[in-house]
Write a protein that binds this ligand. Structure first.
Ligand code: PLP
Length: 393
């Protein structure tokens, strides 16, 4: 008999992967399934980035690199942060990791232990809670509310801090809601955190380049007051359509950097070398590929929001960031997960039920608009027919 440690029973996963597997199984049976479940850009990685990765392989970059990443990429990340956020960070505080999730994993491992509490957004990226539970810490959900435009409420977040709180996870622009927390709210949050100097902050800014309607993304890196306890999470997955390359980066306060480096040495040694060279091309190369992608998402966003608001019993506020819509479906009479499952099985549309992102996700479903405008229109049409003809189950 094998004796796997009990903590492994806490490991959850993104239901998007299960929905994708089911959608693929249905497609293999000949069903026409439109996938609005998956959280990855449907565009290819920009050609000059692909070329840089190939060139690196041809140039012989086949070995281990420093665990924290190659110096020119860490410098490129520091330049990117300066260009986008106007903030100076030392390349020595930058760590290259195999995807944004790894920064999350490291930070949560550093602060989570039985008897401690970690605050995380709910609805939010499901891996936060899964990882917190894995460490034995108590996950404390911070409710993310539609009436706040799915932004963090500084007051509500601060009120949840107790002497046991070790880490606060913030995510803006957010998955699954598309919410962007406005500057005033972040100002208030940082001001309030002055009263809680023992609470570290993990700021997940993986969708930071994707905002709409003139809404500016406001990085937590801008606040000197919390820089000595802030872990900044970003990466290439969403911005440069590089989910499968596995390339992320983080900025760590000095006391945590060495611990993160050791975790990297123990876990993955380094990000594969050619991917790191491709990352330099992404960050230092022309950024119009990013602007074009965001403009395309913006066009689709309008189709999704208008289409959803025309469906019986559905209402959807316009998401200000990322590439997700999180419509309120409570007036349809359906429970969110039952609706998501029926839409997939009966209407051939893959979406994710809100409760897969936390208890506060009931009454909502998540649609990713990382699919063509044509497919989005077809999916909305199918949803409309389904909701008009099918009684809630
Ligand atoms: N953070 C959020 C909020 C996400 O939605 C995702 C991916 O969906 C990640 C982090 C992880 O990104 P990566 O693929 O770089 O690990």
């Amino acid at each position: 008999m094998l004796h796997v440690v009990p903590a492994f029973s806490c490991i959850g996963e993104e239901n998007a992967f299960a929905v994708l597997a089911r959608a693929q199984a249905l497609a293999a049976q000949g069903r026409d399934v439109i996938n609005l479940g998956i959280g990855q850009p449907d565009m290819p990685t920009p050609a000059h980035v692909v070329e840089a990765g190939i060139k690196a392989l041809r140039d012989g970059h086949h070995g281990y690199t420093p665990a924290v990443g190659i110096p020119p990429l860490r410098e490129a990340v520091a330049r990117d942060i300066h260009r986008r956020h106007g903030v100076e960070v030392s390349p020595d505080s930058v760590m290259i990791v195999p995807g944004g999730k790894v920064t999350m994993f490291m930070a949560i491992l550093m602060f989570g232990a039985p008897g401690t509490e970690i605050l995380y957004p709910d609805p939010g990226f499901p891996i936060y809670r899964s990882m917190i539970e894995f460490t034995g810490a108590t996950p404390v959900p911070v409710p993310i509310r539609e009436e706040n435009g799915f932004a963090f409420s500084a007051a509500e977040t601060l009120a949840l801090i107790t002497p046991k709180t070790r880490l606060l996870i913030v995510n803006s622009p957010a998955n699954p809601t598309g919410g962007v927390t406005p500057r005033a709210e972040i100002d208030a949050l940082v001001k309030g955190l002055a009263e809680h100097p023992d609470v570290a902050v993990l700021s997940d800014e993986i969708y930071g380049t994707m905002t709409y309607d003139g809404e500016a993304h406001h990085s937590l890196l801008k606040y000197d007051e919390i820089r000595d306890r802030l872990v900044y999470l970003d990466g290439a997955s969403k911005t440069y359509a590089m989910t499968g390359w596995r390339l992320g980066w983080s900025v760590w306060p000095k006391p945590l950097y060495e611990a993160a480096r050791k975790l990297a040495v123990n876990a993955h040694s380094c990000v594969n070398a050619s991917t790191q060279w491709a990352g330099i091309a992404a960050l230092d190369g022309p950024q119009d590929c990013v602007a074009e992608m965001v403009a395309e998402f913006d066009r689709r966003r309008a189709i999704v929001v208008d289409g959803l608001n025309a469906l019986p019993g559905v209402s959807c506020i316009a998401p200000k960031g990322a590439f997700y819509a999180f419509p309120n479906i409570s007036r349809t009479g359906w429970k969110a997960k039952a609706l998501a499952s029926a839409l997939l099985e009966e209407a051939g549309v893959a979406v994710i039920g809100g409760p897969d992102f936390g208890v506060h996700g009931e009454g909502y479903i998540r649609l990713s608009y990382a699919n063509s405008a044509e497919n989005i229109r077809r999916a909305l049409e199918r949803m409309g027919t389904f909701l008009s003809e099918r009684k809630p189950g």
